[in-house]
Design a protein around this ligand. Sequence first.
Ligand code: COS
Length: 384
Amino acid sequence: MILDRKHELERKLFRQFAEMEFTKELQDRLDETGEFDWDMHRKMARYGFMGVRIPREFGGAGGDYLSYALMIEEFARMDAALSIYANTSNSLGGGPLMMAGTQEQKEKYLPPIASGEKIMVFALTEPGAGSDAGGTTTTAVEDGDGFVLNGRKTFVSGAPMADWCLVFAKTDPTARGSRGISMFVVDLHLPGVSLGASEKKMGINGYPTCDVVMEDVRVPKDCLVGPLHKGFSIAMKTLDGGRLGMAAQAVGIAQSCLDESVAYAKERKQFGQPIGNFQGISFMIAEMATEIEAARQLVYHAAELKDAGKDATMACSMAKFYAAEAANRCAYKAVQIHGGYGYSRDYKVERLYRDARITSIYEGTSQIQEVVIAGQLLKKTGGR
Ligand code: COS
């Protein structure tokens, strides 16, 4: 796919912003401290990045999935954690509201998240319900003019900084599996809500993650998003788009692995010549570049399908599956090319190796993407 002029210009803008603002000092600090950088959050918000995909009438830029994917790719090329800053509002946080919210809910929640004033996060995973997202045990019981929620959500990315959280809870205890689950906006400042300690993670350190615990949390009826008992398909549809974003992130990380490796292979000399002259190194570079381009095309194709309103579930899972695995292979090769230096924190590839690892885990492991792809193929005839 060749980008049109509009998307090419957008890519340039995202790249310039990331290259200028995501300084090495900032990247190292975030990785070292694991803290969220509010100044960068506000700066991204001023540029309108939080609302790239949010419709104009709700304070966003009204952009398409391709613009969103380009932004995440370019930001992740500089720093994977910082790419998530502009991801949540456009994806797992804002996505379900754009898809299933009422006009009132859209008016209430979308403008403040598009402006960066508030942060909305997404809580599906539980200690006992990871890949089996339908195994949700958090409950929401109708009580008078509202619902009472109880349960624990885990690995909620962005929860330490968030104001609101989209919580998936079982509202029909008699329904089996993923049936009878509903989605609620929960104000994280409500009585009964508590947050766990921030996780000590392998990578993506500048974007904190923690548990959200709810004990008899009372929310009004208008916090229900989408139809009662029908929350699971909204979660799945949201994850289609989320997986596209994380696939774009994986492409960005992989591209950075390539950038670093090409530069190093030209500059590092062994046996009297640049190591890029050796086939052992140059072939790894060729393999990386080819895989990255293939992953990128899968991402852009999935984005195009979504923008055209076509069924993109399988395409999003293919993009996520391939790009995440490719990013891991590229990170391995990048460290290998750098040798002992690649194992040192003084070189960016050490962090890229750690950041790449999560891409084949979050928003559905690679194996879950395979389940989705195979499920789509086997339910259809002919596959396409
Ligand atoms: N879009 C819309 N609806 C979908 C959908 C999609 N992409 N995928 C599934 N659904 C619907 C199905 O149509 C079905 O609806 P009905 O109950 O009306 O028939 C329902 O959701 C259940 O589907 P399914 O039977 O396939 O669900 P399973 O419990 O077998 O789970 C997987 C399917 C494993 C794919 C799902 O649990 C999953 O994606 N797990 C990974 C979760 C994840 O990514 N977690 C990451 C953390 S979130 S940051």
